[in-house]
Each structure stands twice: as C-alpha cells, then as structure tokens.
Design a binder for this molecule. Sequence first.
Ligand code: ADP
Ligand code: ZN
Ligand code: ZN
Length: 704
Amino acid sequence: MVQVVVDKPLAQGFDYLWDAQKLGLEPAIGQVVEVPFGRSSLIGIVIKVSAHSDFDIEKLKGVQALAPLPPLDSAVLRLMNFASQYYIHALGETIIPTIPQMWKKPDDWKKIPRKLAAAEERKKKKNQEALSEGYISAAQLNEEQKRALNALAKCSSKKQFKAILLQGQTGSGKTAVFLNWLSEILEDKSAQVLILVPEINLTPQLERRVRAYFPDKKMAVLHSAVPEKQRGMAWYEAMTGEAQIILGTRLAALTPMPNLKAVVVDEEHDPSYKQQDGIRYSARDLAIWRAHDVKAPILLSSATPSLETWMAARAGRYEYIRLDQRAQGASLPKVHLINTRDPQNQFSPGDVGRPANKSPITKTLVNAISKNLTQKKQSLILINRRGYAPVLSCSACSWLSSCQQCSSYMVMHKAGALGRRPLLSCHHCGLVKAIPEHCPDCGNADLKVLGQGTQKIEDSIEEIWPNARVLRIDTDSSKKSKGAEELFQEVHNGNVDLVVGTQMIAKGHDYQNIGLVAVLDADSRLFSQDFRAAERLFAQLVQVAGRAGRAGLDGQAGGDIYIETQYPEAAVFQYLLRHDVDGFLAHTANERDEAKLPPFSYQGLVHAEAKSLMKALQFLGDLKARLRAAGLITKGLKVYDPVPKAIMRVAGTERAQLVIESENRKVLQEVLEALDHDLRENSQGRISKGERIRWLIERDPISI
Ligand code: ADP
Ligand code: ZN
Ligand code: ZN
C-alpha cells in the first residue's frame, strides 16, 4: 500500500495498492508513478509506504506504472515539504511541477532508456569544445580577491551550513572568486554544486565561464529556454548525481541533487528569484533553507544586496565578505544627474546641433553622447519601456488607447516591430489591435503619441546621429531577429555605436568598450505604491552603471553615467552620486524600521480574482471579518483593508488583495494556515463556492 500526492490543491494524499510483480520493484518513498484518478490518470509521487489503509482495501485502486527513475532523494523531499508548508501550497502541487515534462509521460517511459544513450553521445561531442574564455586561476587573483577566497575556503572547510554575503561592485571579480571557490569544493569527485542566476539571458555567458573552469565536469543547465528533452536529461543527471554542476534560474533550486555541497546565488537581490504564479516561492530563500538542511555553505553574491541579506550580514548572522576594488583597475563611472527642468539642459531655438524634431533627449545628454562617439566608444541608452510609445491619444477629445480587457493602456509599436503594420499591443493581456485611423470616440484623424519607448528613442537617435550604427535590444527585437545572445555579441564585437534597450541591457554583460550609459526614464519608477521601488531602482542604476568603463586598461577612466530626472535631490540619486551602496541601504533600513515594513516585519497576501471588483473586495472583507470573529486578529498582527491591485483589471478579471503583516513570523504563519483552512472549507480547489472567486495565499510577497 502506498500514499500518493498529485498535482491538485488537495491537502491529503491518496492510498493505492502496489503490485510489486507487475511494477517490477518494491515501493519506495519518492517514486514517480502513474495512478488512476477519477476517470483518467495522473502523475503522482509516493510519500508513504505502509502495511494498512484506513480505507476499504477492496475499493482501492492500484498504481498503474512506475517511471524509470530512481526515487526522489529524502533531502529534496524535505525541501518540498518545507516549501509546501511555508508557502501554503499542497505538497503534490509543489513537487510535480518541478519534474520535467519528459518524465511525466507514462507512454514514453518504456522508450526512455534508448533516449538516454543517444543524449549521452551528443553530450560527449559538446564537451570537447570546451573554451578557456574568462579563466582566472586562484594564483591570478589580486590580493583582495585572494583574501575573499581564503575566507570562503574557511567557511566551506567545516562542512557546515554557513550563509555568506559576497558584496562587491560590478567588475570586482565576484564571479572569478566564487568559481575558484567552487573548484576547490569540486575536487571531491562526487560533490555537486548549484549556481543560481536570475535570468535566462545571463546563463550563456556564465555557462561559458563555468565550462572554462571545469572542462571535464558534467554540467546540467536548467532554465525554461532549454528545450524540453534536454532539460529532462539535465534534471536526470542532477538527480542521479552524475552532473556535478547545476546552473540555472530559480526552478533549478528545486532540482534533486543528492550530493549538494555548496550553493551560489548570483545577483541575490534580483526580484526574478521570486516565482510569480502557482507556488510563489523565493528561490533564494529556499536555497538558503536547503543549504541549512544539508549542512552546506551558501554564497549570496551582489553589488547591491537585498536589504534582508545586507542586514543579516551586518548583524553577523551571515559571514560578510567584501570586494571593494574593480579588478582591472578601472575606476568607478562618474555619475551625472541631469535636471530635466533646468532650461540650461534643454535645447533652445538657434542652438547649434538642435535636432529638427523635438528631441526626447536633453541637450546635455546629446552633447555627451556626441563626445563619446568621437572618442570611438559605445553608448548604452536605457529606457524601461518597449514599444514606440506607451499611449496613443486623440488631440480633440479625451480618448486614450485603453485596453478593453485591462486597466492599462495599449502600447503603440511601430511598423516592422511586431507585425508589418504599426500596432497597439497590451503588455498585460497580450491583446493586439490595428491602429485606428480615426478616434473611435469623436472621429478626429489627428491621433498623437504620448511618452516614449525604445522604438521611438531608436528613431530619434538615428535622426540625431545619422552616421552612427544603432542597435535596439528589448524582448521584441530579441524575439524577432537572432535572439538576445546574438544581439549582445554585436555589441561585444564593436559592430554598433549606440545601443538602446530595456533593462535587458543592464544586467551581467561584461562589455568592454562602453564609455557612456544614459538612463532616460528613472523617474517613472521613483514614485510607486510599492515600498521596494526605490531599492529596485537603486540596484538597477548601480548595475547599469557597472556596464560603463569595464575596458581592460589599468587606471582607465571608469566611464560616465547620465541620469535624466526631474528630482535630482531624491535619496536614490544622491547615494548613487557618491557610489554609496551601504549608505543607501542604511537609509532604506531606517525608513523601513520606522514604518515597520519588511524586513522589520513579515507579510502575507491573499489574492482574489473575480468578474467584478466589488465581489473580490467583498470576499476579502468577509474573510477579514471571519478572522476577527475567530479571535485571530491579535496584538501582534495587522490586517489591512482589502484594496484593488495596482493594475486592477487584467484580461477581463478584476483583482484585489488583502495584506497581512506581523513582526512575528510564527504569528503570521499560524494565521495564514488558518486562512488556508477556512478558504478550503468553502472552496473547490482554489475557487470559492457560490461567487466563484479565485484565491491564492502568498508568503513574503515582493510587490504589493
Ligand atoms: P563581477 O562578478 O564582480 O562582476 P568578474 O569576476 O566578472 O566580476 O570580473 C570582472 C572582469 O574582470 C572579468 O572580465 C574578469 O575576467 C576580470 N578579472 C577579475 N579578476 C581579475 C584578476 N585578478 N586579474 C585579471 N582580470 C580579472
Ligand atoms: Zn477623439
Ligand atoms: Zn490588456
């Protein structure tokens, strides 16, 4: 008899009979199986093996098939159990989505052994092409880096859990240091190490660097852009212990690794470590729990640590290692704040070099870019908005290009970007429409764009510098042409002078000839209802500033970063001006402490989605009332009023939320569990009976 969990929001497992003769093996916890469920069948995981059932044996059904896999190991099952409890998600729903598709197709299970062999052959060929790109041995490290490596080695020598913050500006050699550290750990021939990166776009570059260090080790690369079969294989190699290096995005944190000996979380502050649907886990936090559970060290690396991590390091709960110099001797980029309200920074009639059309870029910035061009250096221009313009408007009435399904505007994309004609597209629900020839409300033919996105900036810089080679990098251009990696390669090869792009260009790329970085729309993220907005903006500005002046010559100037803003006096910019990461974090910590916001308190969120906003709010209001009636709103707990979400309507669904906060983790956990229980009683799955409201409980939300 076995108990099996399936991918459903059900708290309990189900009992099945086990026919060892038919299945060819004795039952074991962690096995992946196919079981009959209702009128069809489902994939499940064995979580218990027992001699008896509380149910009538006669009525029990049998396990149908067994996947050709070893059982999931006990450590990964402990992790799943923890994640399921902490994030208030059923166990089956937590485990099963982490298993690659290839292992969830019972029809294929019989064919798999042959496939494995074929993949093996391909792997061998690939490994022979190992490169030596970016290899810096321990002996080549500078003094500061050597000290960091020694401190790390000390942490790992004890074979105990230790969380370590490695804080150092971009280009200080954090990657070089942690790869040398991992190379010591991997001298143990059976050891496995996990390297987490925030974004798919960052994996190819890091993958090449890791290969250079470990040409003979098997590496499993896991992220959503890896083709299905390859991912299935990589996961298999990780779970059998064959792959020693597991490199991937957040989902890799949940991969079975029976011999895990060390973890690295690169850019640990990055919001993309937080899963935003289904089980809303933080891969960084789970990785820390996991390292603790298997008694291994975990290194969190960043130029701008999250407030949570930074405070833990300052308080001595984490080991704190710093790299304060730029490895190749380049100095820090010089920060310039351009006050867009100051007329001196703007073109006036009669100015030499004034563009024919109104320029969305200030005169000061145009001059700086021109100068950088004459010095044969590249410029990066960052604007966090893809498309041509964020809104289309009527010049005669108040019509705006609102999305009919969402409470947001449809973005205008110029011809050739998404389709052959210019289009309106909603970035929230994906709705695409032709541009109306006349205003749908008043018939006026004069429609105007408001604001600007990457495409419009691209047009204007082509107009201002007709001889410069311009490249746009955003999700549209990287989908359409050759993929992001090849676009980045164009920059590396020096085939472009001006790069305009979204935050995709800000991250991780080790460009060699960027003399200037410009940020055009920083203010749009300065004022936001999300209390983490400033922290994110600061991290992004530091990150993009780090793209400037990485060129390899000792003592070379670090390049310039220009930020256009109406509010140069804002704290974010002032700390950036002084390159004062610690000052900014201390300032932010003070603000949060005063408001008792995370990390000085803990939060949970109940999401509710309905056809009408009133119903969603009512549902959450009732929930709050029940909490109060049950005496659960005690002194240490704050339950806010239900409110509509920042983007209230998406794809025709109205969305509201209820924030619950406590300075005590345990108090919060107990209330969330009580809520979960209450909601389940009155729901089918996660849809409430009656009004049919879809709900979800989230732990540690990062955007509210
Ligand atoms: P980070 O991860 O902090 O951004 P990297 O490890 O990527 O820093 O190093 C930045 C650049 O400096 C890389 O091109 C790297 O190869 C180079 N580098 C790092 N350390 C050294 C060193 N000791 N000697 C020479 N080059 C180095
Ligand atoms: Zn109109
Ligand atoms: Zn929409």
